[in-house]
Design a protein around this ligand. Structure first.
Ligand code: FMN
Length: 253
């Protein structure tokens, strides 16, 4: 059996996870790390384990690292795949290190180019760039599935001092960054943001979202909000939002 565990905010990683499950076929199951983290820690056991996540400031999301640390991991073949917008940095090296400390061996790792979803910083991607990046994502996802099917092995370059520096700054800043998220007057209290937040960082109070320091900055809330009401840095209600076009909000539940 193959078990795929993913973390995803705007659906890029989820799309690749679902596609790999489809390509591997047979006995393959897909699990949302956000939902798994609501349960008691347990053992992750399968013939093949695949961990998939986006790169955040050159590392994996904090929740992914916590998930790996708290779980018993038993599999003869462990793969890690990172989706990224421009450069994944040391995200795979970090996951390899976390696994190694748990005496688990990362057998295969790969990176999947995707659409950059950090639109409050980089602005919304234009249509041509989205089309090009989606094609790259599709091809890289198929390659990764073939490599896993063939039991391919490799190892990411382990020493990434610049990534370590950038991600340390990001992690120090995250509890402060969350103070920038606000719901505008367009918010009608539908609660979608609360339901889809993989970090459980949003609570509705008096029909308004409140954002807690558990936030991973995955950008799910502001990209999936049907009224584009969530503001953050450069975002305005008329700023186009992004999510993977092959994923619907129902796929996230
Ligand atoms: C907070 C944050 C930090 C990011 N940092 C990086 C990065 O360091 N390198 C990169 O290539 N992409 C970065 N990205 C882009 C995402 O890794 C990329 O768009 C990913 O495919 C999103 O996956 P998802 O749709 O499954 O959430 C970042 C995105 C966010 C929201």
């Amino acid at each position: 059996m193959t078990k795929i565990y993913y973390f995803s905010g705007t659906g890029n990683t989820l799309w690749s996870a679902k596609r790999i499950a489809e390509l591997l076929g047979g006995d393959t199951a897909v699990f949302n790390i956000g939902a798994e983290m609501q349960k008691e820690p347990g053992a992750l056991e399968a013939d093949r384990l695949v961990f998939m996540f986006p790169s955040y400031a050159y590392q994996s999301p904090l929740m992914v690292r916590r998930f790996l640390i708290r779980s018993a991991i038993r599999s003869p073949y462990i793969a890690a795949l990172v989706t990224f917008g421009t450069a994944p940095g040391g995200a795979l090296a970090e996951v390899r290190r976390v696994l190694k400390r748990k005496k688990a061996v990362l057998s295969f790792s790969g990176s999947i180019p995707s659409v950059e979803n950090y639109i409050p910083i980089f602005g919304p991607p234009d249509e041509q760039i989205v089309a090009k990046r989606l094609a790259l994502q599709s091809a890289a996802t198929e390659e990764a599935a073939k490599a896993i099917e063939a039991g391919k092995k490799n190892s990411p370059w382990p020493i990434r001092p610049f990534s370590f520096f950038v991600s340390s700054l990001f992690r120090m800043g995250t509890p402060l960054f969350v103070k920038g998220y606000k719901a505008g007057a367009e918010c009608n209290g539908c609660g979608l943001c609360e339901r889809i937040c993989p970090a459980g960082a949003i609570t509705l109070k008096n029909s308004r979202p409140e954002f807690s320091a558990k936030c991973e900055h995955c950008q799910a809330c502001l990209n999936w909000c049907p009224r584009r009401s969530i503001r953050y840095i450069r975002l305005k209600p008329d700023t186009p939002r992004y999510h993977h076009p092959g994923i619907t909000v129902h796929d996230l539940f």
